[in-house]
Ligand binder design. Structure first.
Ligand SMILES: *Cc1c(COP(=O)(O)O)cnc(C)c1O
Length: 389
């Protein structure tokens, strides 16, 4: 019995069986191309895609026509950051400056960094020790014109929920666009684009109990966020993302959005209770550990802990029934301390011990108890092993 308890919900979520059921007809009889609307096969697929688009828009308080389908949050982040930056550089006033925060997902950091080759300046702003974007640094950075600021809604390692509303006020008054990587937040915490000054927002279906391989990018209409597409083709998705839309995946994504909206409050409460139960069980087992990142504004299903003086890799190797992640870039023998935790200023020994533990829809109380006991024991034996960072 290996890794039978799944506690890695920030890496991906299992698909909700209801979302899977909704998808299946679109792999079988309703296989039509949603862009081939001359016949009923295409029309059925198109209707299903549009219904899914409305459900996702409804979840985030947006209009359906403000969403374009992509292959996931990585692609959405690239289109948003590169597409919006290029638009302003080429079609606008020529400003070539992008602002990101040090704890963003790699795909955001790398998308921004890739713009350097096109002559852009990329500013990487600091985050606070408890895991929040430093808004004073943003205020200061925005004294120089910038085209895009990218700030995630919730961090994928430590789950901290970011001050998007305040960042939006700052960017809007400075004439910059705010892009939000909301891959971890959508479906987990309430987000309403009618109330947020976010201009572009990325979503991933597989982080919210939908299928892998599909995502969306919200592109605000009023005031309009302008972007250039990254590649050319048939001009689907308002010319911003050419390529045949995967109707089945979109349908699963839409179903997942509907389910998330319906269950969000209840699910958040349940996950918080599970997390508390997990920590209580660790305490009861005598484990000594430190929590990384603030607990006050955090995704309900996320925990990130470092057991005292233990390497995360060894704890994971000892706890064979629990599937968790180091939240770090692992190579075969060593753990690179997480750049997210380094951005918080966590010291290297603590960072090398960091374990990301994610609870989700299918997690049970029994699993939480068992996992806590197993991890506490694993940490105890890891402490007696050779320290290998
Ligand atoms: C998972 C994740 C991504 C990447 O999403 P994909 O849909 O897998 O491409 C981007 N940003 C954050 C914060 C994530 O958690």
């Amino acid at each position: 019995m290996n890794n039978s308890i799944y506690l890695d919900y920030q890496a991906t979520t299992p698909i909700d069986p209801r979302a899977l059921d909704a998808m299946l007809p679109f792999f079988r009889e309703d296989f039509g191309n949603p862009h081939s609307t001359q016949h009923s096969f295409g029309q059925r697929a198109e209707a299903a895609v549009e219904s899914a688009r409305s459900k996702i828009a409804n979840l985030i308080g947006a209009e359906a026509r403000e969403l374009i389908f992509t292959s996931g949050a990585t692609e959405s982040n690239n289109i948003a950051i590169i597409g919006a930056s290029r638009f302003r550089a080429k079609m606008g006033d020529g400003v070539k400056r992008v602002i990101v925060f040090a704890f963003e997902h790699k795909c955001v950091l790398e998308a921004a960094r890739s713009l350097k080759e096109e002559g852009f300046t990329v500013e990487v702003l600091p985050v606070t020790p408890d895991g929040f974007a430093d808004l004073d640094a943003l205020k200061h950075a925005l004294r120089t014109p910038a085209s895009v600021v990218s700030l995630m809604a919730a961090n994928n390692e430590i789950g901290t929920i970011q001050p998007i509303e305040k960042a939006g006020e700052l960017t809007r008054s400075a004439g910059a666009l705010l892009h939000v990587d909301a891959a971890q937040a959508v479906g987990k915490i309430p987000l309403s684009l009618s109330q947020l000054n976010a201009d572009l927002l990325s979503i991933s279906a597989h982080k919210m109990y939908g299928p892998k391989g599909v995502g969306a990018l919200y592109v605000r209409r009023r005031p309009r966020a302008r972007i250039l597409p990254l590649f050319q083709g048939g001009g689907q998705e308002r010319g911003l993302r050419s390529g045949t839309i995967p109707a089945a995946l979109c349908v699963g994504f839409g179903a997942a959005a509907e389910i998330a909206l319906e269950n969000m409050t209840e699910e958040a409460e349940r996950l918080q209770k599970l997390r508390t139960k997990f920590c209580d069980a660790l305490d009861a087992a005598g484990a000594k550990y430190k929590i990384n990142g603030s607990m006050t504004s955090r995704l309900p299903g996320n925990l990130n802990i470092s057991f005292d003086n233990t390497s995360a890799l060894q704890v994971m190797q000892n706890a064979t029934n629990v599937a968790i992640s180091t939240g770090s870039a692992c190579s075969s023998a060593s753990v690179e301390p997480s750049y997210v935790l380094q951005a918080l200023g966590v010291d290297d020994i603590v960072a090398a011990g960091a374990l990301r533990i994610g609870f989700g829809r299918m997690t049970t109380e029994v699993e939480v108890e068992l996992a806590a006991r197993e991890l506490a024991a694993a940490a105890r034996s890891a402490k007696n092993q050779t320290w290998a960072v």
